[in-house]
Structures are given as structure tokens and as C-alpha cells.
Ligand binder design. Structure first.
Ligand code: ACO
Length: 309
């Protein structure tokens, strides 16, 4: 049986940090309001000349280095993004060139908004299990700061820019155990970018907590596991209150949840690989542990995946 294992992680945050106090100077808001509603203290914004593919390139180089492979061994690139450099070519093709990869393997983007990384990881896993790829680069990268409506103070304070990447490799040892993905286009008006991000925050909140705990339960049941079998929950980092409510529904203490939303804000498809890389590099995530990732995003799209590290 062929599985895909994560053999390297990497991430990148733009140099510019924007604190809540910085936002107080341009929006009618306060540090206390933002922290109490979302858990966010600061986020990073890309420089004017930095594109999504640049963030993706830095994160990818770090993941490739951590994996100890040469970039040319990568035979598939999937970039999850909702803020591509341009309409086309895909950010994945631009990234392939920036990384100097000349293997000619396929490279494409995946658009499932904040659910994008889980969708991309599951797709990469299917390529590896199906024998069509051996070494895959999966990236979540976003420059959301250019999509913010600075006249909508409830929404513009929540988002940030960043990128995270993982290298997956075919293996006989279990890595990604299983995943579940869902979409329901009836809820598309609840959260959208047209071209600026707008959302019905309270409806998103309720919907997110329900579907996230349901989809994690689905994955656990498929594998005969319970919440207590998860070593680390690595959730999409949208909002500390969504994360806490989901963990509570799953019977998990916050000591088993990786939380980076305070420093990163909501970086959409980049948030899970950013959080994964943080917890791998600081030693929390260890070989043999059960890691559960979950995310929900505009569309709506949502999903979860169980990974044996
Ligand atoms: N600063 C200060 N006050 C504010 C701000 C702000 N930035 N924004 C809104 N307010 C005020 C409002 O005007 C309102 O004042 P009023 O009572 O005098 O009318 C008050 O705060 C409450 O406004 P609500 O919109 O009801 O705020 P709520 O408590 O619902 O919090 C929030 C808004 C944070 C968006 C919340 O609904 C939420 O957490 N939603 C989840 C959505 C989310 O995290 N989405 C992430 C993207 S989706 C994804 O990744 C899946």
C-alpha cells in the first residue's frame, strides 16, 4: 500500500508586522475589541512589490531544505490560494519557475478559500496513492491585505498575509491516513470577495463551529478513533473563539491545539501550513503522533485530514 508522508515543512511571513495599535490609526477600532472578538494581536502584510508567489517561494525553499531533497525531485506542485498573483498563469506555474524546477511535472492552483490547504493536501495524497506522483510540493499562500475593505471595520482587522509549504513523498509507512472534504454553494453569499472581502460574521461563526466539529468527527469515526486519540489539532486559524468552541465540542483541551492566530491573523489557505511548521520547528509535533487538520472557507468549503506524523 502506498501512503504519502510529510517529509518537510516551511513557512514565510512578510517582514512588515501590523499590530492592532497600528490599525487603530487607520480604522475606528481598538486593540481590546480585536483581541476579545478574534484573539488577533498582530498580522503581517506583504510589501508593495511582494507577490503571493514570492511568499510561496520562500516557504517552499524552507520546506524543500527541511525535506533534504533537491527541488528537481518535485513532480507535482499544488498551490492553494485565493489571492493569486494574476488571473493566469497560475501561481503554481510562477512558483515552479521561481524555484528553478525544470522537471516538467504538473503545477496548478486550488481555489477553496480558507479550506484550500486541506483540499490541496487531499488532492496531492490522491496523486501519490494513485501512483501519478512521488514527491509533491503543497503550498498555501495568500496576500489578503490587498483584498481588504478598509471601510468595513468588522472584517478588515481579521486578515493577514503569509505562506506555508509541505513536501509529501510516497512511502510504505502511513502518513496521511484519511481526509473528508465538503462544499455547499448555497452559502456562497455569507463570505465572499467581490473584489473586497465581505462577510456575515455571526452566521460564519455558527456555521464554522458546526461543520468543523462534524467533519473532524467523520474522519475520527472512519478510523475508529476518538477526540482523545488526537495528539495535536492544527485548525485553520480564523478566530480563537471558533478554535476554542470546536476543540470543546471535540472534547479536546487547548493544550492539544496549535494556535498561531494571535500573531498571524487569518491567512486563509496559508494558516494551517504556517501553524504546522511552527509546531514542527518548536518540537511540539513529533514522529508517530496523530495530527488532525481542519478548515472551513468561503464557498462554503470545509474538510479535515488525519495525519500520522
Ligand atoms: N472595532 C470596534 N468595534 C467594532 C469593530 C471593530 N473592528 N467591528 C465591529 N464593531 C462593533 C460593531 O459596530 C458593533 O457595535 P454596536 O453593538 O454598537 O452596533 C459591535 O462591535 C458588535 O458587532 P458585531 O458585528 O455584532 O460583532 P461580533 O461580536 O459578531 O464580532 C466577528 C464580529 C469578530 C466578525 C465575529 O462575528 C466573528 O468572530 N465571526 C467569525 C467570522 C470569522 O472569523 N471569519 C473569518 C473568516 S471566515 C473563515 O476563515 C472561515
Amino acid at each position: 500500500m502506498i501512503y504519502s508522508r510529510i517529509i518537510g515543512t516551511g513557512s514565510y511571513l512578510p517582514v512588515k508586522t501590523v499590530t492592532n495599535h497600528d490599525l487603530e490609526k487607520i480604522v475606528d477600532t481598538s486593540h481590546d475589541w480585536i483581541v476579545s472578538r478574534s484573539g488577533i494581536s498582530e498580522r503581517h502584510f506583504a510589501a508593495d512589490d511582494e507577490k503571493t508567489s514570492d511568499l510561496a517561494m520562500h516557504a517552499s525553499r524552507r520546506a524543500i531544505e527541511a525535506a533534504g531533497i533537491s527541488a528537481d525531485e518535485i513532480d507535482l506542485i499544488i498551490v492553494a490560494t485565493t489571492s493569486p498573483d494574476q488571473l493566469f498563469p497560475s501561481t503554481a506555474c510562477i512558483l515552479q519557475d521561481k524555484l528553478g524546477i525544470r522537471s516538467g511535472g504538473p503545477a496548478f492552483d486550488m481555489q477553496a478559500v480558507c479550506g484550500g490547504f486541506v483540499f490541496a493536501l487531499n488532492t496531492a495524497d490522491m496523486y501519490i496513492r494513485g501512483g501519478q506522483a512521488k514527491t509533491v510540493l503543497v503550498v498555501g499562500a495568500e496576500v489578503l491585505s490587498r483584498m481588504l475593505d478598509w471601510n468595513d471595520r468588522t472584517t478588515c482587522v481579521l486578515f493577514g498575509d503569509g505562506a506555508g509549504a509541505v513536501v509529501l513523498r510516497a512511502s510504505e509507512q502511513p502518513g496521511i491516513i484519511s481526509a473528508k472534504l465538503h462544499s455547499d454553494g448555497r452559502h456562497r453569499e455569507m463570505l465572499k470577495a467581490d473584489p473586497k472581502i465581505s462577510m456575515d460574521g455571526q452566521s460564519v461563526f455558527k456555521f464554522a463551529v458546526k461543520v468543523l466539529s462534524d467533519v473532524v468527527d467523520e474522519v475520527l469515526k472512519d478510523n475508529g478513533l476518538q477526540g482523545s486519540d488526537i495528539n495535536w489539532l492544527v485548525p485553520h486559524q480564523a478566530n480563537i473563539r471558533i478554535i476554542e468552541a470546536t476543540a470543546k465540542k471535540l472534547g479536546l483541551g487547548m493544550a492539544n491545539v496549535v494556535v498561531t492566530v494571535g500573531q498571524h491573523g487569518n491567512t486563509s489557505a496559508a494558516s494551517i501550513p504556517l501553524a504546522l511548521d511552527t509546531a514542527v520547528r518548536d518540537g511540539r509535533i513529533q514522529t508517530g503522533q496523530n495530527i488532525m487538520i481542519e478548515a472551513v472557507g468561503g464557498g462554503f468549503t470545509w474538510g479535515a485530514a488525519l495525519i500520522r506524523w
